[in-house]
Ligand binder design. Structure first.
Ligand SMILES: O=C1O[C@H](COP(=O)(O)O)[C@@H](O)[C@H](O)[C@H]1O
Length: 260
């Protein structure tokens, strides 16, 4: 477990711009070290704003998009192309505008995919896809993602791990079907904590006053079942990337380390 660091930006626009640059640098560094890079994308307001900024930033030209594996942390289990799918929004914001290799883009299956409307089978299929991408020598069924982006919901959810739900107790599978999510749509597919924590770096994004209480709880010592954002961390680094409004309730030890 890595101790989180909070970085506070002036407003939501500065948060998106700075995080987009940070993602580009992270991917360039990973590609310099290993040739390839991998990223886990998130949905949500701040997450999609970062992707749209990444499509615009000149730093995007430093990334070799053809040598990037793109995964998702969660998906709303809807038909392919539905505008509420995180995949659809990520394609529109970023993936349609950069030279990604389609074979290396790994969307979570849709409800009209090969498994039909069975989210359990779709979750198993995604877990198998992750396992195929994991280096055999690692002994892990999950690749070591270079960076995993997670939006923080106002109720402290991350990916589709919602407070007090059964998925939070999953400690064997990398991917689960989520039923009865409190935020629509009710049926979703999500990486589990185990999969999220296999990432080298986990970056949690929040913007707006509506997220201040969630951020306060996540960094205030709460448990991951009550506050899922408190249970998401990376193997080498965990960042909370915030705007000033979402950082309004930061515990003092984090507030003093914030940047503006
Ligand atoms: O439904 C979801 O919500 C969260 C956060 O969304 P936001 O609009 O409150 O920022 C997101 O992280 C997750 O990927 C998504 O499926």
């Amino acid at each position: 477990m890595t101790t989180p660091t909070a970085i506070v930006h002036r407003d939501s626009s500065a948060l998106a711009t700075a995080t987009a640059a940070r993602v580009a640098i992270r991917l360039v560094d990973a590609q310099s070290a290993r040739g390839d890079a991998s990223i886990v994308l998130t949905g949500g307001g701040a997450g999609i704003a970062v992707l749209a900024e990444l499509a615009r930033t000149p730093a995007r030209d430093a990334v070799d998009w053809s040598r990037l594996d793109v995964w998702w942390g969660d998906e709303r289990f809807l038909r392919s192309g539905d505008s509420e799918r995180n995949e659809t929004q990520a394609r529109e914001a970023l993936l349609d505008h950069v030279g990604v290799d389609p074979e290396r883009v790994h969307p979570i299956p849709a409800s009209d995919g090969r498994d039909g409307a069975d989210p359990g089978l779709a979750a198993e299929r995604y877990a198998a896809e992750l396992a195929r991408a994991a280096p055999p020598e690692s002994g892990s069924p999950i690749p070591a993602f270079d960076v995993c982006l997670l939006g923080v919901g106002p109720d402290t959810h991350v990916a589709s791990l919602f407070p007090e739900q059964p998925a939070l107790h999953e400690d064997e599978r990398a991917v689960v079907a989520v039923h009865d999510a409190p935020k629509p749509p009710p049926t979703r597919i999500s990486l589990t904590f185990q999969a999220i924590r296999s990432a080298r770096e986990v970056w949690l994004l929040a913007s707006g006053a509506g997220k201040a209480d969630a951020v306060r709880q996540a960094l205030g010592g709460a448990g991951p079942v009550q506050v899922p954002a408190a249970g998401a961390y990376g193997r080498s680094r965990t960042l909370f990337l915030l705007d000033a409004d979402s950082a309004a309730g930061l515990p003092p030890e984090f507030a003093s380390r914030g940047q503006r």
